[in-house]
Design a protein around this ligand. Structure first.
Ligand code: RIB
Ligand code: CA
Length: 315
């Protein structure tokens, strides 16, 4: 029985890699896509999600989320994902139109209509999900868990201690991590290990389809941009990290990952540390765990899962 899944994303180059894997694998039944403002504005992330669904020949509802973080001004990541949000990829005007339902309404109705519990895969800021829980707390009991790419037990990629998705909307992340809904957190601790090497890229290039060529071009754009971020770890300077892919890969093959149940709280006020996920992995606070925080991945199997999906996607 395929797992009912909703993907809340801010495409975003690594977001579309996550969408590709989710669309191809039989283990997941993608019921809905909702878009976040994050890597780019809502106009661009919505366009990208719909255009990529067309490219992947998917008939799927794409519902538009909030225009801004709950309490802050949006700071997009054009320096990483490019002005369109998808680096080198130019998409035609999407055939898939924006849903008439808002992301909040589509999330609520899709979750409540499903006889089985839904897995929420979140690969952008948590603005939509935070707002959903404020407006419709009744949905929480129908969510199996949230597979979230974001945060870090150690380090950051926007500030020394904050990762982009949480940094962009710390208040939303705080609402979600306090919600009581189980969370599997793919933070930088694991996503920095979920990387592709030049050799891995060559295996994708060898597939030889137009889609494979587009994927390579986007990954090379993303990898180059990642070199320029001031907080890039020099010893990993020549690899491309597939952050968002972890959140989908976990939903498909959790056995590829290892993690630890921890109490995680979000810093929303720190002068230097706003957006930090404070991961209590030594249980200092004695507070109950609210997240399973991933720290390791079988990298070769992870890369093979994605490479095989690009091949199976054809195109
Ligand atoms: O920090 C990485 C995360 O921020 C990824 O989701 C990437 O797409 C950006 O949104
Ligand atoms: Ca993302």
């Amino acid at each position: 029985m395929a797992i009912p899944v909703i993907i809340d994303c801010d495409p975003g180059i690594d977001d579309v890699m996550a969408l590709l894997l989710a669309f191809v694998r039989p283990e997941l039944d993608v019921r809905l896509i909702t878009t976040e403002a994050g890597n780019q504005t809502q106009d661009k992330t919505s366009f990208n999600a719909r255009g990529f669904a067309d490219l992947m020949k998917q008939k799927i509802e794409v519902a538009r989320g909030l225009e801004q973080p709950l309490m802050r001004t949006l700071e997009v990541a054009g320096h990483v994902h490019g002005d369109t949000g998808l680096g080198s990829l130019t998409l035609d005007e999407p055939v898939t139109k924006e849903s008439r339902r808002s992301a909040i309404d589509a999330l609520r109705e899709t979750i409540l209509e499903s006889p089985e519990e839904t897995v929420l895969v979140a690969t952008g800021p948590l603005t939509n999900i935070g707002a959903l829980f404020l407006a419709h707390p009744e949905v929480k009991a129908h969510i199996r868990y949230i597979s979230f790419m974001g945060g870090a037990a150690v380090g950051g990629n926007v500030t020394p201690t904050a990762e982009f998705n949480v940094y962009t909307d710390p208040e939303a992340a705080d609402l979600v991590f306090r919600s009581g809904v189980p969370i599997v957190m793919s933070g930088l601790d694991v996503t920095h290990k979920a990387y592709m090497t030049e050799q891995d890229l060559q295996a994708i290039e060898a597939i030889g389809t137009p889609l494979a060529r587009e994927i390579i071009a986007m990954l090379k754009f993303y990898g180059k941009a990642a070199q320029q971020t001031p907080f890039h770890e020099p010893h990993f300077a020549d690899v491309i990290r597939l952050h968002d892919l972890c959140a989908v890969a976990y939903a498909i093959k959790p056995e590829l990952f290892a993690g630890m149940d921890c109490h995680v709280e979000i810093e929303t006020e720190g002068r230097l540390t706003s957006g930090t996920t404070v991961v209590d992995y030594t249980n200092r606070t004695k507070k109950p765990a609210n997240a399973h925080v991933l720290h390791s991945v079988d990298r070769e199997a992870f890369v093979r899962l994605f490479t095989d999906a690009v091949r199976e996607a054809g195109g």
